[in-house]
Each structure stands twice: as structure tokens, then as C-alpha cells.
Design a protein around this ligand. Structure first.
Ligand code: MD3
Ligand code: FE
Length: 199
């Protein structure tokens, strides 16, 4: 896609059902919730986390937290299949030895979107981020280091994996409003996993 960004079409397709079952398990312990931005808006994307740390937002800001603020408990641990997939995809993209400690799980229903942003709450941008798309397709957009840089659009479908490292690690990116549809494994939903080294 760009220097440091590699799209691995269908890389996780055959593991889709197992990944979705693992997401269901995470959501039993740490239910999906729509978090509040520092500006006071409720996000349209519902989120949960697994790993040593989880990404959270509230009126106080964006950060990684070791505990789920809704329950006070640690986040569920990272499933082995997430770790294996992240390591394999990162290796394929030229980043061997990637060991994430956090996985943000995003759930989109029709109408949900994620506006253009950078992922910069992690301690060390030298590590890549591995993203996995499951269920309904979405139009993903990514630009450059400046918010005003021109954006490219790319369709992300069930099983697609993108590895973002190097120069692309701090690129602006977002997801356009999800259109309704029906997917055999997820119904009217799209899920996205982002595996990160947060701490
Ligand atoms: C480019 N998620 O959780 S994944 C996010 O589909 C996020 O839910 C989107 O953006 C989603 O922060 C897009 C693709 C992605 C993830 C991380 C990136 C692209 C990235 C980090 C740097 C540059
Ligand atoms: Fe992001």
C-alpha cells in the first residue's frame, strides 16, 4: 500500500471462524461498549480489548489501561491464535519477531465509522501494528503524516490483514461509514482486530 504498509489479502480467511469464536470469548469477560471521546462524543464503533493493556478513551483522554474501566478487572488475555497470526503476518511483511501485548477489537454495525486519526498512544512507534478485518467489507482510507495529506481508499474484506510499520506507522487512517450487508459468519457486522505493542 505504501512504504512500510503491506496488505495481505485473505491471509486470515481460513482462520475467520476461530478468530470470531475467540472474539466472542473476549466479549463475555469484557463486553463491547461505545466509549466517549475527550470531546464528549460517543463513538459509533463499539470496542473491547484483550492483552496486558487495552486502549480506552473517556473525557480524560486516550490511553492504554491495564484494567477494563467498566469492570475494574484486567482485560482477557491475548488468545494464542491472535499472537500466532500477528507474528506470522508481521514476518511476511518484513517485521520478524513481533510480539503484541494488546489487541483492540472494533465492532462496526451499519452506519458506524472511524474518522481520520493517527495511532500514537503506544510507547514505541518502532513496532508495527497488525490489523485483521472480519465480516462485512469496509472502505478503509489512509493518507500520510499530515492530516491534510491526500488519502487513498482501499476495500478491506473478510480475512484481509494489513501490517503497518516503518514510515506508514504514523499515517492518518480511518474507515468510511459501514454499509449494510449480510456476512455468513458475522451477519450485519464487521470486526477489526488491531494487534499492537502498546507498553
Ligand atoms: C495505519 N482501526 O483501531 S485497521 C484502529 O478497521 C483503527 O477498525 C481501523 O484504525 C478499523 O485504530 C483500521 C487499519 C489500521 C490500523 C492501524 C494503523 C491502519 C493503520 C496504524 C497506523 C497506520
Ligand atoms: Fe487506527
Amino acid at each position: 500500500l505504501a512504504e512500510g504498509a503491506m496488505l495481505l489479502r485473505g491471509f486470515a480467511a481460513e482462520r475467520g471462524a476461530a478468530l470470531l469464536a475467540a472474539i466472542e470469548g473476549i466479549a463475555v469477560a469484557a463486553p463491547f461498549r461505545r466509549m466517549i471521546t475527550p470531546g464528549g462524543f460517543e463513538m459509533s464503533v463499539a470496542m473491547t480489548n484483550s492483552g496486558t493493556a487495552g486502549w480506552v478513551t473517556d473525557r480524560k483522554g486516550y490511553r492504554y489501561a491495564r484494567h477494563d474501566p467498566d469492570s475494574g478487572k484486567p482485560w482477557p488475555s491475548l488468545p494464542a491464535e491472535f499472537l500466532e497470526l500477528a507474528e506470522a503476518a508481521a514476518t511476511e511483511a518484513g517485521f520478524p519477531g513481533f510480539v503484541p501485548d494488546a489487541c483492540l477489537v472494533n465492532r462496526y454495525e451499519p452506519g458506524a465509522r472511524l474518522s481520520l486519526h493517527q495511532d500514537r498512544d503506544e510507547a514505541d512507534y518502532g513496532h508495527p501494528i497488525v490489523s485483521v478485518s472480519l465480516g462485512l467489507p469496509a472502505t478503509f482510507q489512509f493518507g500520510g503524516l499530515k492530516r491534510s495529506d491526500p488519502v487513498k481508499k482501499v476495500a478491506l474484506r473478510h480475512g484481509d490483514v494489513v501490517v503497518w510499520g516503518g514510515a506508514a506507522r504514523l499515517f492518518h487512517h480511518g474507515v468510511l461509514t459501514l454499509r449494510d450487508g449480510e456476512h455468513p459468519l458475522t451477519g450485519h457486522r464487521r470486526f477489526n482486530l488491531t494487534m499492537r505493542k502498546a507498553l
